[in-house]
Design a protein around this ligand. Structure first.
Ligand code: 13P
Length: 249
């Protein structure tokens, strides 16, 4: 059985007191669930979030990290810094990092390797842009993103990887991939992993969908056999919406 996961990527939102109050509300309203529930506040509020969630099942994860151990990298955060504040999972490869901060497949491959070397879990994001989908090139794009950043890893590393397929055209736009489009891509991803590694590894890896997931569409998307949960942006900033999505899994 694969882990079901619902994760909230808060991006650059919420100051410390807003973070604490949203986490308190979420904790109070959290339904009984078999799924792993995660939130990714901004770096400065990670420690506060960990403290706030000490007795909660909600996991605190990071939105990014640098690949170097330490050194002259002004403004960056290392794996050790995250681990030291009890954050052991990191999102790598979000489309906003790729598009707005110049993170290439090559940089992302280094980040994934660095995080795994520290025994962290990695939630790796990828997905095609609108133009790629319009030209029916989405499968080639996704395959090359996976190949360039992940397919040099050894088989054992896959137990600490979670994948998040986030079509760029569906992020923050209100436009969601249809459940059929999500299933088609997730099945393609699983099949590609199966051919590159093994059927067993492909069967075990959780593949999340991200892009305008809301309480109103979550159930249908999550009902698809290869969709193992969601990476939620905007709707994870409102406790009732995030709880509604968790209830849908
Ligand atoms: P939205 O849910 O706001 O579309 O964002 C998705 C996302 O980017 C999660 O990482």
């Amino acid at each position: 059985m694969r882990n079901k996961i619902v994760a909230g990527n808060w991006k650059m939102n919420k100051n410390l007191s807003e973070t604490e109050s949203l986490l308190r509300e979420l904790s109070a309203k959290l339904p009984d669930t078999d799924a792993e529930v995660m939130v990714a506040p901004t770096f400065v509020n990670l420690s506060g979030a960990v403290h706030c969630l000490e007795s909660s099942i909600i996991q605190v994860i990071a939105q990014n990290m640098h690949f170097a151990e330490s050194g002259a990298f002004t403004g960056e955060i290392s794996a050790d810094m995250l681990l030291n504040i009890e954050v052991d999972t990191v999102i790598i490869g979000h489309s906003e990092r790729r598009a707005l901060f110049g993170e290439t497949d090559e940089i992302l491959a280094k980040k994934v390797k660095a995080a795994l070397a520290k025994n962290m879990r990695v939630m790796f994001c990828f997905g095609e842009e609108l133009g790629d989908r319009k030209s029916e090139n989405q499968f080639n794009i996704v395959e090359s993103q996976l190949k360039n950043a992940l397919f040099n890893l050894d088989a054992d590393s896959w137990s600490r990887l979670v994948l998040a397929y986030e079509p760029v055209w569906a992020i923050g736009t209100g436009e969601t991939a249809s459940p059929e489009q999500a299933q088609e891509m997730h099945a393609f991803i699983r099949n590609t992993i199966s051919q590159t590694y093994s059927a067993d590894i492909a069967e075990r890896v959780s593949i999340l969908y991200g892009g305008s997931v809301k309480p109103s569409n979550a159930k249908e998307i999550f009902s698809k056999p290869d969709v193992d949960g969601g990476l939620i942006g905007g709707a994870s900033l409102v406790a009732d919406d995030f709880v509604g999505i968790i209830k849908s899994i």
